[in-house]
Unconditional design. Structure first.
Ligand code: SF4
Ligand code: SF4
Length: 482
């Protein structure tokens, strides 16, 4: 065990609010009556349903297939009957849960695969995505990392967002499964050294994992400062290894693979027991909920059901958030379901929210000190306000993590993160339009080239005809009857 090698750039120390749930052990949610299971719970294209309305499904059964790269299969958490199926990015499969639960068969890999291929196949079939919220399909991420020699595996136990205590509880209660997942990842990647990065405000988790690591070769706990957003991959790498990943490079190119503690547990269950991802642990917190806690929830459970099983609301929340308060998503519909990347459900009162009356920029520079990516938020904001997308891109808009640190410290309460989110969306849109125009230009150029080639071939054929005729005329003997 050792302390972080360096303090990463920027970062803030928001009030943690973790005491609301930190000491509450994980408990399973009672079986919900209905699941609304999204088809897109990962970064890539939506999975494609393979069940129809009226069909019965077993717990753990595959219900939607991944047919493209960066997609991930989806399984039903519980037995029941499919009541509706919609497709596409917003599509979902709704299941009326049965009283009797029957499990689907375990996942198995095809015969004849190598050990590494077998493990990757099980990770892929299990539909594992980054459980810390990134939702990048784990099998794709590991396969991409294998293009480079991976020397270091970092297991991310940062959990720096206020309120969330999911990973803290997992590290305290399921540390053996984390070590089990790490061993499989070591076998796949051949990483020589593994570090488990944990913030210094999680003392029990540090002690538990350190105890287990003493029996392991090449696995060490690294104590990190409690600093937001140290749980983001680049900050974690900087703190643990002392190396900075340049803005335009991936960490795997530099020989480092980062996986969240929850993802390690899912990998352990997939390989050891053939279990797909059907449940996840979430923190339910905020001053508006009666009984905050950490719950094991079937994926697809609507938040209404969870609120009901946490004693209901003390007061009407001013905001409901899926995830943490810094990078989570505000929702207002009680039917929104939990997905594979949901780490928390926050029911926040008005007192827990920042006061938001924006004024003009004071040019105080606090946002510069807070930015973990060394960006200049005030300048990015000024460019985006004037539609200066190209200039904002040159200044590194795409490297922005949307972490909200700049907005948190801004005394002018400027909506910096919303602007950067919008700016990144506009850049993606512009890129798609440019790609489309480039494809159209390329298609048109190819067509012109094909037409020119055909015309040349035709002209050559025409030019060849008189010559043939004249050759024929020259070689045809004269008709003696003429
Ligand atoms: S923190 Fe806010 S007020 Fe201060 S320089 Fe940055 S944008 Fe301006
Ligand atoms: S939201 Fe973007 S610009 Fe603001 S601190 Fe985070 S990374 Fe920097």
């Amino acid at each position: 065990m050792f302390n972080a090698r360096m303090k990463p750039h920027g970062g803030i120390r928001p009030y943690s609010h973790k005491s609301l749930t930190r000491e509450i052990a994980i408990r399973p949610l009672a079986t919900p009556r209905r699941l609304i299971i999204p088809l897109r719970q990962h970064t890539g294209p939506a999975a494609v349903p393979i069940v129809a309305e009226g069909e019965s499904v077993a717990a753990g059964q595959l219900i939607a297939e991944a047919r493209e790269r960066m997609s991930a299969p989806v399984h039903s958490a519980l037995s029941g009957v499919v009541t509706s199926v919609t497709t596409g990015d917003q599509g979902c499969i709704t299941i009326k849960v049965s009283d009797q639960q029957s499990p689907a068969p375990r996942l198995t890999a095809a015969e004849g695969l190598s050990e590494t291929q077998t493990m990757l196949s099980l990770i892929e079939q299990a539909g594992i995505v980054g459980m810390g919220g990134a939702m990048f399909p784990a099998a794709d991420k590991i396969r991409m990392s294998l293009r480079y020699p991976i020397e270091t595996l970092i297991v991310n136990g940062g959990e720096c967002e206020p309120y969330l205590t999911t990973d803290d509880r997992l590290m305290r209660e399921q540390a053996e499964f984390i070590i089990g997942g790490i061993r499989y990842l070591q076998t796949i990647t051949q990483a020589r050294q593994v570090y488990i990065g944990i913030e210094d405000n999680k003392t029990e988790a540090i002690a538990r994992l350190d105890e287990l690591c003493r029996q392991e070769d090449h696995i060490e706990v690294v104590i990190l400062p409690s600093l937001y957003p140290i749980g983001s991959a680049k900050q974690m790498i900087e703190a643990v290894t002392g190396r900075q990943i340049p803005q335009n490079r991936r960490s795997t190119e530099m020989g480092v693979l980062v996986q969240n503690v929850g993802t390690c547990i899912a990998i352990f269950h997939a390989i050891r027991f053939g279990k797909p991802v059907t449940h996840r642990v979430i923190t339910v917190s905020g001053r508006a909920i009666e009984q905050p806690g950490n719950l094991l929830v079937p994926i697809g459970t609507p938040i209404k059901e969870i609120i009901g099983q946490c004693g209901g609301l003390k007061t009407q929340p001013a905001r409901m958030v899926l995830g943490g308060p810094m990078m989570g998503r505000a929702v207002d519909d009680l039917d929104v379901p939990i997905n594979k990347g949901t780490s928390g459900l926050l029911l926040l009162t008005g007192d827990e929210l920042p006061q938001t009356k924006p004024s003009a920029c004071l040019r105080c520079g606090r946002c510069l000190d807070a930015c973990p990516m060394s960006l200049a938020p005030l300048s990015l904001f000024a460019e985006l306000k004037n539609d200066g997308f190209a200039k904002a891109q040159q200044q590194g808009l795409n490297a922005c993590l949307l972490c909200g640190s700049c907005a948190y410290v801004c005394p002018a309460a400027l909506p910096l993160t919303q602007f950067f989110d919008w700016g990144q969306q506009q850049l993606r849109l512009l890129k798609r339009q440019e790609d489309k125009m480039e494809r159209t230009r390329q298609n048109s150029a190819n067509r012109q080239a094909r037409l020119a080639k055909e015309a040349a071939a035709k002209a050559a054929a025409l030019a060849a005809k008189p010559a043939r005729r004249s050759r024929r005329a020259a070689t045809t003997p004269e008709d003696p009857s003429c």
